[in-house]
Design a protein around this ligand. Structure first.
Ligand SMILES: *Cc1c(COP(=O)(O)O)cnc(C)c1O
Length: 364
């Protein structure tokens, strides 16, 4: 069986390094915040290329706090997409603001800049594009629209650690970048975690307060805050894994290039000329997607759907229903093939042969 992702294979060669990091934290007695978190924040900020990075307990919390630091609240509108993980839209709701959805571009599967201007009202406060599957959104036109209308740009980079847009890193393009360290992400903790990157020191300071009960000193609560701190154990493990991330992303890109070769004439490559895609997912499309999934499963190939239902088609977000034909078609048709750094040439060939053995005209 070839799995969609293989977390154990990823950790195996790092076992000794991780064990040392875990022992260091266990021996220190510093289980919340502490020196490993501060070090991870510095290393992550340097890696993304922003002056600030603030560790939090999930990608969802990263989005929530970036929105709050941007001043988003009840009565405001935030423009995002329906073809994403539910957390993107839920985080907007947590602030009391109203999500406003615009459809995605069929090629990049990310926010279609041509649709944004028509969705802007006097209440619009922010744009929240998602770098879905590890492919950056088309940021220059989005940043230009935001500049013209005085909007904050918050990147959902939960799937895009290391992705680049015209040589600028995902998470460094807008006012805020929001990352998730959920285990299956390109950089995954052994548990939950997240990070906000930003440029403005006042934004960074506000997020530091909000993640830790709004405390500026112990038991002095300047703001209504949250318990959104990143565990020190996770920070220590993430520091080890961050050192390997560039290599892993290079491997993902090499595997994707090999898939493109092996599936030439069947699958259309998705990487835009201005993008460095980091293939959190390698997702093909088929009008007979569910059959393709069963076909592959019967040949020992694991797959996933990211995502099978668009957000406005989910019950808690039914009030956001609108005209999103591209998102709905993608939700019906996308299928993620196995993709993880440790994949072998043999595994890539097995997957590609199994896809080719399905009616190739039904895959793109
Ligand atoms: C994973 C993910 C999130 C949420 O991150 P968590 O760490 O699971 O809270 C948000 N947005 C997108 C696009 C994601 O893939």
């Amino acid at each position: 069986m070839i799995p969609l992702i293989d977390l154990k294979a990823n950790l195996r060669p790092l076992r000794e390094e991780v064990r040392e990091a875990v022992d260091r934290v266990l021996d220190s007695g510093h289980y919340v915040m502490g020196p490993d978190l501060a070090a991870l924040e510095q290393e992550y900020a340097a890696w993304v290329g922003t002056p600030h990075a603030i560790g939090v307990n999930s990608g969802t919390s990263a989005l929530h706090l970036a929105l709050l630091a941007a001043g988003v609240g009840p009565g405001d509108e935030v423009i995002t997409v329906p073809f994403t993980f539910v957390a993107t839209v839920a985080a907007i709701r947590y602030t009391g603001a109203t999500p406003v959805l615009v459809d995605v571009d069929p090629d990049t599967r990310t926010m279609d800049p041509a649709l944004v201007e028509a969705a802007i009202t006097t209440r619009t406060k922010a744009l929240l594009p998602v770098h879905l599957h590890g492919h950056p959104a088309d940021m220059d036109p989005l940043l230009e629209i935001a500049r013209r209308h005085g909007l904050t740009v918050i990147e959902d980079a939960a799937q895009a650690h290391g992705a680049r847009y015209r040589d600028r890193a995902a998470g460094s393009l807008g006012h805020f970048g929001c990352f998730s360290f959920y285990p299956g992400k390109n950089l995954g903790a052994a548990g939950e975690g997240g990070m906000v990157t930003c440029h403005d020191p006042a934004h960074a300071e506000r997020i530091r307060l909000l993640r830790d009960w709004g405390q500026d000193r112990k038991y002095h609560h300047a703001l209504l805050g949250f318990n959104y701190r990143l565990d020190t154990l996770q920070a220590a493990i993430l520091r080890v894994k961050l050192r390997h991330l560039d290599g892993w992303n290079d491997l993902r890109r090499a595997h994707a290039a090999r898939y493109n070769q092996l599936l030439e004439g069947v699958v259309t490559p998705t990487e835009a000329p201005w993008a460095r895609h980091v293939y959190h997912m390698y997702a093909v499309r088929s009008e007979r997607r569910d059959e393709l999934q069963q076909w592959l499963a019967s040949r020992g190939v694991g797959t996933g759907m990211h995502y099978p239902i668009a957000v406005h088609q989910q019950p808690p977000f039914a009030d956001l229903a609108g005209d999103f034909p591209v998102s709905e078609a993608l939700a019906r048709e996308v299928l993620s093939l196995p993709m993880f750094p440790e994949m072998t040439e043999e595994q890539l060939q097995t997957v590609a042969e199994a896809v080719r053995a399905f009616q190739p005209s039904m895959v793109r």
